[in-house]
Design a protein around this ligand. Structure first.
Ligand code: IPE
Ligand code: IPE
Ligand code: MG
Length: 249
């Protein structure tokens, strides 16, 4: 059943800095990725208590195939074991775990792990957790745009559904409210470009393997202090009074 989890925040998390974490300790980059995998659990556990109902984690970009084969292979096996290991736990904790991105370049074993995990958790509604794997936002937008016909009307909401479908997501997935990127880098690296049109951006210096619930709380607290105007103006008190019919005139 494709029941969307709605009502709360959609947070996108660019989990960056595994390599630098490892290098700082004289360890191979792959060790950084291994340690990064346990930070994922901390992020997921913190999310529901912070009002997050959709969490999209950037795990492997379509451009990450450019990395050395040994690193790619470690990342792929970490992803597979994460999906297998977290399946029952997600189910228990009300988490619907899904993977967005291309499937055709992933191994049959990883595809099986994705299918089984998605099937096992699809009726969970506390948190919709999307893992972006072989993901490119530009490719999803291009695929959605390529399927448009000139006669069919399509507004932003309808197009967002198409973009979601193009990357195997639940079509009802809402736009992103907050993008967090760790490791001090300040760019989107082809992540949720259409979905983040009005997202607030929070950049943290923490390297991903060190990320914990406090980082998540701090990022969401920064988001809550932001003023979202969507191109309009900040409502003034007297506008609000007029709006509610209690002001003068
Ligand atoms: C993020 O850490 C994990 C992936 C991109 C798969 P990096 O591997 O990019 O770490 P840095 O940026 O080199 O430190
Ligand atoms: C973005 O990080 C992708 C993920 C976190 C999975 P990268 O480390 O690949 O991004 P760039 O190359 O620094 O932009
Ligand atoms: Mg990086």
């Amino acid at each position: 059943m494709d029941r969307p989890v709605t009502g709360g925040l959609h947070v996108g998390l660019i989990m960056d800095g595994n390599g630098r974490w490892a290098r700082a300790r004289g360890l191979p980059r792959t060790e950084g990725h291994r340690r990064g995998a346990s930070a994922v659990r901390r992020a997921v556990e913190a999310a529901p208590g912070l009002g997050i109902t959709t969490l999209t984690l950037y795990a492997f970009s379509a451009d990450n195939w450019r990395r050395p084969a040994a690193e790619v292979s470690t990342l792929m096996s970490l992803l597979e074991s994460f999906l297998v290991r977290e399946r029952a736990r997600c189910h228990r904790h009300g988490v619907r775990l899904a993977v967005i991105g291309r499937r055709d370049r992933l191994s049959p074993a990883l595809n099986r792990a994705i299918d089984e995990t998605e099937r096992a958790t699809r009726d969970r509604t506390r948190l919709y957790l999307r893992l972006a794997v072989d993901y490119s936002s530009r490719s999803a937008i291009l695929a959605a745009a390529g399927a448009l016909t000139s006669t069919e009307p399509c507004d932003e909401t309808a197009f967002l559904r198409r973009v979601n479908r193009a990357c195997h997501s639940d079509p009802q997935t809402p736009p992103v409210d907050l993008v967090i990127r760790t490791s001090g880098e300040q760019r989107l690296s082809d992540f949720l470009l259409f979905e983040s049109a009005y997202a607030e951006l929070v950049f943290l210096d923490t390297l991903w393997p060190d990320f914990d619930g406090d980082d998540m709380r701090r990022a969401v607290a920064r988001f809550r202090r932001r003023e979202r105007r969507y191109g309009g103006l900040k409502p003034r008190n007297d506008d609000l009074l007029t709006l509610h019919g209690t002001g003068p005139g």
